[in-house]
Structure formats: structure tokens, C-alpha cells
Write a protein that binds this ligand. Structure first.
Ligand code: NAI
Ligand code: SOE
Length: 387
């Protein structure tokens, strides 16, 4: 930890999957990164009181509350972290920004474009007062993706022609119980908002280019009924189980995106491949420490994919804060790497690679919306029509 550390009080909303991932990141960042600004796990808000108390004790939160509103304007809380279902992102985030608190919020930005826009506007107003707001697009912070970002910036790919993204999972079969993830009013969409959000963000981030048209999309709800968690009945599911779309970027590159929760045997296959005139890159989260690199200059005789293991301190971002070279990182490190960059940014330092702020995530939300309209109406949707 830095010598003259200052503390940033954290208020977390949500205590389940992402509540655990974020808590872990706030705890790890101090010892591993030694930031000048150190998170203090001040208060966690959740709905289930007894479970919440146990969670708070296990992860080292000083206090807990069943009312997220208690965090807003609390002078001990400098940053509010929103890790709740999608319909409950915008309201607490906007309230915190209004109270002058920095915000971290989970993806997708909101369950509706209108909600996302309201949050973007609030973040813009808050930014003018020096308040920061970032979105948990954590895959940007795999070292292999950081390397890819640098290679694209160095011009190693030349003119980019193709971006090919898959985010394939297989947990969403007919036996998977109903939850907020299968309700359009709460989630906004299904595999699309959940998974394509990451892919769109990665594509925009790596290319540094915006999508200008969604040319076509297909969405399917294969399982419109799901078991009630109590097992007593079936409840409707009105979100996509899978959605695929094609798009073009402003620089003319073709993008294909496919998200699914029913793509057995894929587990968490978040892949992106970029083909340029001079080089290509390929990443698969199921092998997250690896970046495949192809360089056209290698020529026909010895050309081919080179398998780069991104575990070299100094050569690959964030690695120097973890283990000696050649020791792989995992899912949780992406969150800690992000917290380290957020703390730096709040302290006035440039992040290792750009963070997704709320305005940035709003652009991803516009693409999500364009693809939903394209699927519903069976037509191409220019992004200029989705504001
Ligand atoms: P989850 O269902 O596991 O947990 C949601 C939590 O929110 C629960 O603790 C629940 O009690 C709490 N909650 C719901 N309503 C609340 C209220 N009114 N007040 C306080 N707490 C409330 O969901 P999960 O998987 O943690 O997802 C949360 C968000 O994180 C979603 O937006 C999801 O898209 C995103 N996510 C992002 C990931 C990433 O890779 N960046 C990975 C997984 C989820
Ligand atoms: C579930 O599909 C999920 O946890 C998503 O919500 C995350 O965003 C993704 O990173 C992993 O899968």
C-alpha cells in the first residue's frame, strides 16, 4: 500500500454474483496495486437482511443496509457501486451522481434506452463537477485484450476489414428456473443485452470506431416458459435466448455478433477476432491469457497464427502487479485491474487502457437497441436513428 494512502469509502448495492466479484476486487486492489487512493468497504446494500449480514461479515464490509437509498449522500461513501439487476442500475446511479458521489455501474447500462440516456445525462452533468462514472466492462482488462488494444493502436493490423464476435453460453436450457434475467421489463433483453453488450464494447474499444448501421438481426426465444424457482409452476420468459446481428463500422469494417445462452457445449466463450490488411488478432475468454496474433509480413512460408501468452510483466498490462512472469490470471483479476484503473482515474491519472465511462457505455446501448429494432422489424437500422 502507498505510504500516504487516502481512503475512498465504497457503498455497494447487490450482494450476489457481481456483489462478490466487486467486493473481492475492492479488497485485493490495495495489497496488490498499492494505490494512492485505497477503497474502504464502508456499506453494502441488499434485500435479504440475514444473508446480507453474513455477506458483509465475510467480505469485510463495515456496515450493511436493506435500503440502497441509505448510501446516497452518506458522507462516508465516496463511490457507489451498482451491482443489481438491469432495471435497477439507472435510479441509484443517478441519485448517487446527484449527490456528488462517484459511480461504478454494471452492464448493460440500463434495461431501456431511455433509462440509459437519463443516466448518460446525469453522468455528463456530474462530470462537469469532477464526478466520475464508469461501467464494468471488465473484459477490457484481460492482459491479452490490453495487448490487443496496444497492437491496434500501433497500426499492426492496418485497415480493418472484419470483426467477428461470439459470446456463447449454454446455461439457459428449459430447466433453468425463471429469474429477472428472463423478464424483459427487468433485464431489457436476454442473451443480447447480457452478452452482446460485452462483445459490442470490446469491438468498439479495440477498433476505436463506432458502428454506423445494424444491417439485420435474428432473435429467438426457444424457451418461452421456465420453471418457477419454487418448482410449483411455469413462468413466462419474454427475452431472447439467442440473438445474432450483422453491422458495419464507420471505417467500413464488417461486424458479426452472436450471443446465446443455449449454445451447448460452450461455457463462457467470449471471443473476438479482428482481421486487418496487415494483421489479425483472435481472443477467446475460455483461454483468457492467450492472444493469437497473425502478421502478414511473416509471409506464406512461415505465416500463421502465433500464440502469445500474455503473462509477461512489463510487456503485458497489469501483470506486474500480480505473480512472477508466466503465471496466468483469472476472471477475478479483470475486476481488480479495473478497480485499480478507476482509482487512478479518480486521482487524476490516465488508466492503463481507456475505461468505459457512462457516455461510452451509452454508445454500446444504442447498438444493442438498434439490433433489437432490426430483429423486431426485420430491417436495417442506421445508428443515426437511435438516439
Ligand atoms: P444476481 O441476481 O446474482 O444478484 C443481484 C443482486 O441484486 C442480489 O443480491 C439482489 O438481492 C440484489 N437486488 C435486487 N434488487 C435489489 C434492491 N431493490 N435493493 C438492493 N439489492 C437488490 O445478479 P448478478 O449476476 O450479480 O448481476 C447483477 C448485474 O451485474 C446485472 O446487471 C448483470 O448484467 C451484471 N453482470 C455483469 C457481469 C460482468 O461480467 N461484468 C457478470 C455478471 C453479471
Ligand atoms: C451470465 O450470462 C453472465 O454472468 C453475464 O451476466 C456476464 O456479463 C458475463 O460476463 C458472464 O455471464
Amino acid at each position: 500500500m502507498a505510504d500516504a494512502a487516502q481512503f475512498l469509502g465504497i457503498g455497494l448495492i447487490g450482494q450476489k454474483f457481481m456483489g462478490r466479484a466487486h467486493s473481492n476486487a475492492f479488497r485485493q486492489v490495495g495489497p496488490f496495486f498499492g494505490p494512492a487512493l485505497v477503497p474502504r468497504l464502508e456499506c453494502v446494500a441488499g434485500r435479504d437482511g440475514p444473508e446480507l449480514a453474513a455477506f458483509a461479515a465475510r467480505f469485510g464490509w463495515r456496515r450493511s443496509t436493506t435500503r440502497w437509498q441509505d448510501l446516497i449522500g452518506d458522507p462516508s461513501v465516496g463511490l457507489v457501486d451498482v451491482a443489481t439487476p438491469n432495471h435497477l442500475h439507472a435510479e441509484p446511479a443517478i441519485a448517487a451522481l446527484g449527490a456528488g458521489q462517484h459511480v461504478l455501474v454494471e452492464k448493460p447500462l440500463a434495461n431501456t434506452l431511455a433509462g440509459a440516456r437519463a443516466l448518460r445525462d446525469a453522468a455528463r452533468a456530474a462530470a462537469a463537477r469532477g464526478v466520475h462514472a464508469y461501467v464494468w466492462f471488465n473484459y477490457r482488462r484481460c492482459p491479452a485484450i490490453g495487448l490487443a488494444w496496444n497492437l491496434v493502436r500501433e497500426g499492426r493490423l492496418g485497415a480493418i476489414r472484419h470483426v467477428r464476435c461470439h459470446y456463447l453460453q449454454s446455461w439457459g436450457g428449459p430447466q433453468t428456473p425463471a429469474s429477472w434475467r428472463f423478464r424483459r421489463d427487468l433485464a431489457g433483453s436476454g442473451a443480447h443485452g447480457d452478452l452482446n453488450a460485452h462483445s459490442i464494447d470490446l469491438a468498439r474499444f479495440l477498433l476505436g470506431e463506432e458502428i454506423d448501421v445494424v444491417h439485420g438481426a435474428v432473435a429467438r426465444t426457444f424457451h418461452p416458459l421456465r420453471p418457477d424457482p419454487s418448482g410449483a409452476a411455469h413462468l413466462p420468459s419474454d427475452v431472447d435466448d439467442a440473438l445474432a446481428f450483422t453491422a458495419t463500422f464507420r471505417n467500413g469494417a464488417i461486424g458479426t455478433f452472436e450471443a446465446s445462452r443455449v449454445a451447448g457445449p460452450h461455457l463462457n466463450r467470449n471471443t473476438i477476432e479482428i482481421n486487418g490488411e496487415r494483421g489479425s488478432l483472435r481472443f477467446d475468454f475460455e483461454e483468457m491469457n492467450v492472444l493469437h496474433v497473425w502478421d502478414a509480413e511473416d509471409g506464406a512460408r512461415e505465416g500463421g497464427w502465433r500464440r502469445v501468452v500474455a503473462t509477461e510483466a512489463g510487456a503485458h498490462p497489469w501483470v506486474e502487479h500480480w505473480w512472477p512472469p508466466a503465471h496466468p490470471l483469472g476472471y477475478e483479476h479483470t475486476f481488480t485491474n479495473m478497480v485499480a484503473d478507476v482509482l487512478g482515474a479518480v486521482g487524476g491519472h490516465a488508466p492503463t487502457v481507456p475505461l468505459a465511462d457512462v457516455a461510452d457505455a451509452y454508445e454500446t446501448q444504442r447498438v444493442l437497441e438498434a439490433a433489437l429494432v432490426a430483429a423486431r422489424e426485420g430491417r436495417a437500422v442506421p445508428l443515426a436513428d437511435v438516439l
